[in-house]
Design a protein around this ligand. Structure first.
Ligand code: GLA
Ligand code: ZN
Length: 670
């Protein structure tokens, strides 16, 4: 694949406008020592570059761009539309969003605009136009960063009206709306479009998440995602008109629930995202999220932000340990990133992010641990040139991730509050991660035929055509794994009648008659045919075989002896159905068998505690080998003899990797 970059961008958010100019030259000197070659600027400067309604002032931004251009930076120019200027809110209060509780906000914070405010749209568009008109010819500006971390919600009257338009477009008739939302329930039938209100805490909301009419809430979520996306497209189109070859992006947030990122990615030239794991986020989950971001466009992505060490907004903002930032950066590259960018280059003096890590700390010098580690990584990445850029992550396993499903599963009332989509997906992903089996995170409309094995846990919402696509994947020899809470509803959260798992029933060869919900302290057990057992809980499907074989049955309760894990031969393939949340060893047992059925292999033959992830260019296979375990780990023998791109040395049998150690071993592809 041809890369969208000429070099690995190494840099990050930079706000020299918050500092006196004397400091800027010093910054440049220090960044040179860290091999910084890129800066993301102008992210939150709307009030500075447009001090009032009819006045624009680019003098400070001009100077910043001149300086960075002289230094030959790749500039990622942001459009600054993510935080409203105070004057705008004062004059047009309706530009501020209204929250779930129905409170219209005052000036403050960021990500605060109503996406359907015409005033906001007018000024955001005008600002973008001014920026591209002024800087569009600068060859150093080839990347555009629109807005920032889109995701604000709004429940104002403007949005309500826009929702009506969105609904008319989707459903055409009131009758179709009533049917989609099953409005006979509780006598909610509507007769006119303007009877429809927004589904917030004052309307259909139950608590923060659940709702009396999940169909309405899912549609509202789709509508807000689309509204923000049209804000994005509005700015993008302004830039594109003047600079057709620019790469335009906005920074996404991994498994963030609010936006349908698969839909968004279709409108983005490249995916970029911000990686902020907490001190206790499992490395497998970080890897999964990178894979998801790569999966959005099925191509390399930008790491737009990570902290060099500390954060400020988490519960416990621990330091990254010596070597950790480097190992994390290599993990990011391993899963498909072609850039490493930080938030931020210089630590701010005030405001809520003054404790957020940066390459230059408050001490103001390069004599810090964090700086030295950043400089080391910078020099390593620079030494790779363009060798790794654009390389692919070949995978025979796909895990389905779907935002509609995410919303439906978590908005619906019952059967268990503890059912969380990302957690369920991660339970499956973790197995493949621990075995060093490469995974693609895929949308429901992916081309399934490229995979040997597809995992679709908690595939609660099965939309039109999906069952047919999955059936033909299995009939042609694929292995499908699905689980409890699958096949239950259609795209409006109405049940597929006739017995669970609805449209998946014939390929799974099971009928789920009832679903038991277990409290955290309650457990059942699965007994496998070889006599081993595993504990299980959360939800327990009470199912009947309809052609499938039972791989395990329940040991306890009144459904003792009923199947809990099944496999069904369907056409040339197999469908596994996992009817309860198995403990890790239980799930491992099932997935090991499925992987064997599917003929999927890990990237190296040996079992190891190291993370080993492979990217491939046309000529070279890159093995990213990382130790996230906290103890030294032996190098697997099959990796000996390969050359480390970082040090130029050849890895030997008997080598070991200390905690946070990294190797980037290469092998020619013939
Ligand atoms: C987000 C934002 C940045 C900054 C960082 C701090 O990712 O995009 O502006 O606030 O968080 O972690
Ligand atoms: Zn609004």
């Amino acid at each position: 694949m041809k890369s969208k970059f000429k070099r690995i961008l190494y840099g990050g958010d930079y706000n020299p406008n918050q500092w006196p100019e004397e400091i800027w030259a010093e910054d440049m000197r220090i960044f040179r020592d860290a091999h910084i070659n890129s800066a993301t600027i102008n992210v939150f400067s709307w009030a500075k570059i447009q001090p009032s309604e009819n006045v624009y002032d680019f003098s400070c931004l001009d100077k910043m761009i001149d300086m960075l251009s002289r230094e030959n930076y790749d500039i990622v120019l942001a459009t600054s539309t993510a935080a409203l200027p105070a004057w705008m809110v004062k004059k047009y209060p309706e530009v501020m969003s209204t929250d779930y509780e129905g409170r219209q906000h005052h000036f403050g914070q960021r990500h605060n605009a109503c996406p359907n405010s015409l005033v906001y749209q007018k000024y955001a568009k005008a600002l973008t136009a001014k920026l591209v008109e002024r800087y569009g010819d600068n060859p150093h500006i080839t990347y555009w960063h629109i807005n920032n971390e889109y995701g604000a919600e709004c429940y104002c009257d403007n949005c309500k009206k826009a929702f009506h338009v969105w609904l008319k477009d989707k459903y055409k008739t009131i009758h179709a709306v009533n049917t989609a939302w099953n409005m006979e329930f509780w006598g909610h039938t509507i007769y006119d479009w303007d009877e429809i209100v927004v589904p917030n805490a004052l309307g259909e909301g139950i608590g923060k998440e659940k709702t009396a009419f999940s169909g309405i809430s899912i549609d509202y979520r789709r509508f807000i995602s689309d509204s923000l996306l049209s804000n994005y497209k509005m700015e993008r189109d302004v830039i594109r008109a003047k600079q057709p070859h620019a790469l335009i992006t906005t920074n996404l947030m991994g498994t963030f629930k609010g936006l349908d990122y698969f839909k968004w990615a279709k409108e983005m030239d490249i995916v970029s995202w911000d990686n902020y794991p907490a001190y206790d986020t499992p490395w497998s989950q970080v890897a999964m999220t990178h894979d998801l971001m790569r999966g959005l466009k099925n191509e390399p992505f930008m790491l737009m932000e990570q902290t060099p060490s500390q954060q400020n907004w988490q519960k416990y903002n621990s330091l990254k340990r010596p070597g950790q930032m480097r190992a994390q950066s290599y993990q990011t590259l391993a899963h498909g990133a072609d850039t490493i960018q930080f938030f931020q280059l210089r630590r701010s003096v005030g405001g809520c992010e003054k404790f957020h890590g940066a390459i230059i700390a408050h001490a103001g010098t390069e004599n810090t641990r964090v700086f030295r580690e950043t400089a080391q990584l910078g020099s390593e990445l620079e030494s790779f040139g363009n060798k790794t850029l654009g390389s692919a992550n070949p995978s025979r396993v796909g895990i389905i991730f779907d935002w509609d499903n995410y919303w439906a599963l978590e908005y619906t009332s019952g059967p268990s509050e503890d059912l969380k989509y990302v957690e369920q997906i991660h339970n499956y992903y973790k197995f493949f991660y621990n075995k060093n089996i490469s995974v693609d995170m895929i949308p429901v409309d992916a081309d399934f035929s490229q995979y040997n094995l597809i995992a679709a846990p908690v595939l609660y919402m099965v939309k039109d055509n999906m069952a047919e696509e999955l059936e033909s994947f299995v009939a042609n020899g694929g292995t499908l794994i699905t689980s409890f809470m699958s096949g239950i509803v259609d795209q409006s959260d109405n049940v597929h009648l006739g017995g669970y798992p609805g449209p998946l029933r014939s390929m799974a060869g099971v009928w789920v008659e009832e679903i038991d919900a277990l409290a955290p302290e309650q457990k059942n057990h699965a007994r496998f045919t070889d006599g081993t057992t595993a504990s299980c809980g959360l939800l327990c499907d009470l199912m009947h075989l309809e052609g499938a074989e039972a791989l395990a049955v329940y040991e306890d309760d009144f459904y003792q002896g009923m199947p809990v894990v099944t496999r069904n031969h369907f056409g040339k393939g197999n469908v596994y159905y996992v009817g309860s949340q198995l403990d890790e060893t239980g799930l491992e047992k099932v997935l090991t068998q499925a992987v064997a059925d599917a003929g999927v292999t890990p990237v190296i033959p040996e079992a190891t505690q190291l993370e080993v992830t492979v990217r491939e260019s046309e000529t070279t296979r890159f093995y990213y080998v990382m130790n996230f375990t906290g103890e030294a780990q032996p190098l697997p023998d099959s990796l000996a003899g390969k050359t480390d791109l970082i040090t130029g040395e050849t890895a030997k049998c008997g080598d070991s990797l200390k905690p946070w150690d990294v190797l980037l071993l290469t092998e020619m592809i013939h």
